[in-house]
Design a protein around this ligand. Structure first.
Ligand code: PEP
Ligand code: MN
Length: 448
């Protein structure tokens, strides 16, 4: 800490600051310039927070960060948080957490849980106690919802996250969920922060509606200093003058935090925007700025959701977003470790397996030629300048390929294969159309 004295400070005032520092067991180093005196303070500066109020003091500059445990001690330091099989942060791929804003019923939760698990989410979210702005809005199912989340974990294997609003509920949450969420409205609830700080479960701490990054990190410090090292920060938008979005999603917080803290950082584009159509683009943007994860609201029937329907994705929309995250390689396709094919299993040695591959390649070459011949036939039967390919059927084929996961190829890899096939097939059709046009032009020319 550096204390800058006023140019008019007297000798007594300078000595007064030095005494205040030393009486608190800290060291003071005076540097007397021509115009003013500057005092360097070394030690636990929390004890001398009042120096700015002493006579003759102009300003006090903090040098070390006030959030000791949350701050980075060595360049590049990062923490990885483990939650019942899912790891978040430190070189892990993007973790997608998804599920309904609120648990509404067993069917709604299990249907959503199965969908998000199938699509590649790694954590299931679901609110049991909802901190709603209005006391008349749906407040959540409470304890029965926690039991349903535990059941959904059994069914899907996904760790579950839910928001705890009352310090007294921490033990019951620990029994049923894997990650405790502290919501934006409770970021400044220091009693709750201390309570989750004593928990064994990881904590996801959302940014307060109008919290600065420093206040947010100090809230994290409450949890860390209470003994819980597993804190994940979640940027969920802050309140600004803008009304076109529910909140202003401060994505610059992600790289800012990277410089300041080792804690994992995730982005919530659902609460951050409040509009379904904006969730996908801002999720991709969050991934692009280096978030360790995303948390996304998904509902089987968003139009009839009991909370936050406007910002909840349908199953199809969530599937589309996951495909996009895979296509951009923020998320890997699920590892498929299929059993060796019967043909390969029956082979005695590597040469035999290779021979079978050669056979298959020969058959594939014949098949793709046969397919191209059929595409050509379609082209022949249409007007020469019309396209032989049918975009709708092509898209359906690519979608089918992308959803086929029964072999070792991922949907992305399968899509690449079919995409190449379709392009080659179109090129055959185009060549044919061109030769017909040229032949007609030649006939017309010789007739003149
Ligand atoms: C939530 O995630 O359901 C929620 C209420 O979020 P926030 O605390 O960010 O408003
Ligand atoms: Mn919500």
């Amino acid at each position: 800490m550096i204390v800058v004295m006023r140019p008019t400070a007297t000798r007594e005032e300078i000595d007064g600051v030095r005494r205040a520092v030393e009486d608190n067991g800290l060291e003071a180093f005076l540097s007397e310039g021509e115009e003013r005196t500057v005092i360097g303070v070394v030690g636990d500066v929390e004890r001398v927070n009042h120096l700015g109020t002493l006579p003759g003091v102009d300003q006090v500059i903090r040098v070390s960060s006030p959030y000791k445990l949350a701050s980075i001690q060595e360049p590049g330091e990062r923490t990885r948080v483990r939650a019942n099989g899912t790891e978040i942060g430190l070189g892990q791929e993007l973790v997608v957490m998804a599920g309904p804003c609120a648990v509404e019923s067993r069917e709604q939760l299990l249907e959503t849980a199965r969908c998000v698990a199938r699509e590649g989410a790694r954590v299931l979210r679901g609110g049991a106690f909802k901190p709603r702005t209005s006391p008349y809005s749906f407040q959540g199912l409470g304890l029965p919802a926690l039991k349903l989340l535990a059941e959904a974990h059994e069914v899907t294997g996904l760790p579950v996250i839910s928001e705890v609003v009352d310090p007294a509920d921490v033990p019951i949450f620990e029994e049923h969920v894997d990650i405790l969420q502290v919501g934006a409205r409770n970021m400044h609830n220091f009693v709750l922060l201390k309570a989750v700080g004593q928990s064994r479960r990881p904590v996801l701490l959302k940014r307060g509606l109008s919290a600065t990054i420093e206040e947010w990190l100090l809230a994290a410090e409450y949890i860390l200093s209470a003994g819980n090292p597993n804190v994940i920060l979640c940027e969920r938008g802050i309140r600004t003058f803008e009304t076109a979005t529910r909140n202003t999603l401060d994505l610059s917080a992600v790289p800012v935090l990277r410089e300041l803290t080792h804690l994992p950082i995730i982005v919530d584009p659902s609460h951050g925007t409040g509009h379904r159509a904006l969730v996908g683009p801002m999720a991709l943007a969050g991934a692009a700025v280096g978030a360790d994860g995303l948390i996304i609201e998904v509902h089987p029937d968003p139009a009839n959701a009991r909370s936050d329907g406007d910002q909840s994705l349908s199953f199809d929309e969530f599937g589309g977003l996951m495909d996009e995250l895979r296509r951009l390689q923020f998320v890997r396709a699920p590892d498929s470790q299929p059993a060796a094919s019967p043909a390969a299993a029956a082979a005695d040695n590597i040469e035999e397996v290779r021979d079978r591959i050669d056979d298959l390649d020969a058959r594939l070459a014949e098949l793709v030629q046969e397919r191209a011949a059929l595409a050509l036939e379609v082209q022949r039967r249409r007007a020469p300048n019309a396209h032989g390919h049918d975009v709708r059927r092509e898209r359906a084929l690519l979608e089918r390929a992308a959803s086929g996961t029964s072999g070792p190829m991922t949907p992305v890899e399968l899509t690449l294969v079919f995409d190449a096939l379709l392009r080659a097939s179109r090129s055959v059709q185009r060549r044919h159309a061109q030769s017909v046009t040229e032949a007609e032009a030649a006939t017309a020319g010789s007739g003149r």
